[in-house]
Design a protein around this ligand. Structure first.
Ligand code: CAP
Ligand code: MG
Length: 428
């Protein structure tokens, strides 16, 4: 059947400065050449369709995408800027991450990276606070920002939740985070939790002399999120947590401005990301999701730990960290070049299966300019939450002072007790 897919392929094309460029990993279906597959991806994600048409207005030619580089399975596609509505993040994903994933002509397709040109980025504000802003709120300049989720992740009453929060703060942690599936339940209403946590925060700040805060989960229908953000603001909280994948780009765009106006930094949980970023041969990388979230403007986002309980290879996690914290990223085999201009950096969050015994391993890979969430790894401490948080703080200080955990444990009993229980192994 005659088709026009190959009109979307031109190996001599050089992207213009204003083109948005995507890097795809393409696995053609049987009987389809790589060039044809590349043309189909470029066509279906821009101005093409499955058959030749007869009365094309000349404008169509100007917004056709072009597959311009094929190296093995890796294909680069350039998209004219006029294809994209300024400031419309859902529309971008409907294009570069839409129908193309379902084409029968492909056995597998992965959106590996997207290079956002200045002409596109300029319609987004990026993080309101960014890394510097978060550190200023918490008065933590050098070490990792620390936090924990009460565990089990759901089931406590608001009062029980607040009690655990107090213990976590008294153990030296900066933040207490709601879990991704805790919003407002019959046994733990959002408003009651936010009020009771406030009382405990004030008590912990008085007793420790340290700044404490919380990542209260406002996830829900957007109007509920606006109401909850307003409620947090009225109580004097400084952060709001959003499950950005289940809420969607549009809601995150709305909440970026609502939270900025209310003086709330956004903590982005990425629950559901592994539904599309886990399988190398198909889906969308966490790198792309993290770039979209920095562009829209979350202040911190989970990127993985490499050594914890959840998937995330070392190179991948380090690439994501580089991408959300740098002013610009130069291209490599897996990365496109990216200039972030005036968009502030987003703080990487490492969480998932961490305990004091493996905190140094995470810091050795990701450094100190991160938010470390250690949850089961403090509540499971033999002497309880407060001792667990102390043990995690001791592990952080040991690493920053370049002292081995075993050495440090000789004079820090909470760390010794944690090592006794968990050693330095990774939980599965
Ligand atoms: C971690 C966690 C986080 C995961 C999310 C959980 O708890 O609260 O949601 O870290 O994964 O529910 O498992 P633990 P990621 O510290 O007790 O494991 O950070 O990779 O998005
Ligand atoms: Mg969780």
């Amino acid at each position: 059947m005659k088709d026009w897919y190959l009109d979307f392929v031109n190996m001599n094309y050089r992207p213009s400065k204003s083109d948005l460029v995507c890097l795809f990993r393409i696995e053609p279906a049987k009987g389809i050449t790589m060039k044809e597959a590349a043309g189909r991806v470029a066509s279906e994600s821009s101005a093409g369709t499955w058959t030749t048409l007869y009365n094309l207005p000349p404008r169509v030619k100007k917004i056709m995408a072009t597959a311009f580089e094929i190296k093995g399975n890796m294909v680069k596609v350039a998209y004219p800027i006029d294809l994209w509505e300024p400031g419309n993040a859902p529309q971008l994903m409907s294009g570069i991450a839409g129908n193309i994933f379902g084409m029968k002509a492909l056995q597998g397709l992965r959106l590996v990276d997207v290079s956002l040109p200045k002409d596109y980025l300029r319609h987004y504000k990026g993080p309101h606070y960014g890394i510097e802003g978060i550190r200023k709120i918490l008065k933590v300049s050098k070490r990792p920002v620390t936090g924990a989720v009460p565990k089990p992740k759901i089931g406590y009453s608001a009062a029980e939740h607040a009690e655990i929060a107090f213990e976590t703060w008294m153990g030296g942690f900066d933040l207490v985070k709601d879990d991704e599936n805790l919003t407002s339940t019959s046994f733990n209403k959002f408003e009651e939790r936010a009020r009771l946590m406030l009382k405990m925060r004030e008590k912990a700040e008085r007793l420790t002399g340290e700044k404490k805060s919380a990542l209260l989960n406002i996830t829900g229908e957007t109007r509920d999120m606006i109401r909850r953000a307003q409620f947090l603001h009225d109580l004097g909280w400084e952060f709001a947590m959003i499950d950005v994948v289940t809420c969607g780009n549009a809601a995150v765009q709305t909440m970026r401005d609502v939270c900025a106006d209310l003086g709330l930094a956004i903590h982005a949980h990425r629950a559901m990301h592994a539904a599309f970023d886990r399988v190398d041969s198909h889906g969308i990388t966490m790198l792309v999701l993290a770039k979209m979230m920095r562009m829209i403007g979350v202040d911190e986002i989970h990127i993985g730990t490499v050594v914890g309980k959840l998937v995330g290879k070392k190179q991948e996690v380090m690439d994501i960290q580089k991408e959300i914290t740098s002013k610009s990223v130069s291209k490599s085999s897996e990365l496109l070049d990216q200039n972030w201009g005036r968009i502030k950096p987003t703080l990487p969050v490492a969480s998932g299966g961490l305990h004091p015994g493996i905190v140094p391993k995470v810091m050795d890979i990701l450094g100190d300019n991160i938010c470390l969430l250690v949850s089961g790894g403090i509540h499971g401490h033999p002497k309880g939450t407060r001792a667990g948080a102390k043990a995690a703080m001791q592990a952080i200080h040991a690493n920053m002072d370049k002292i081995s955990l075993n050495e440090y444990a000789k004079t820090h009993k909470e760390l010794a007790q944690a090592l006794e229980k968990w050693g330095t192994e990774t939980p599965i």
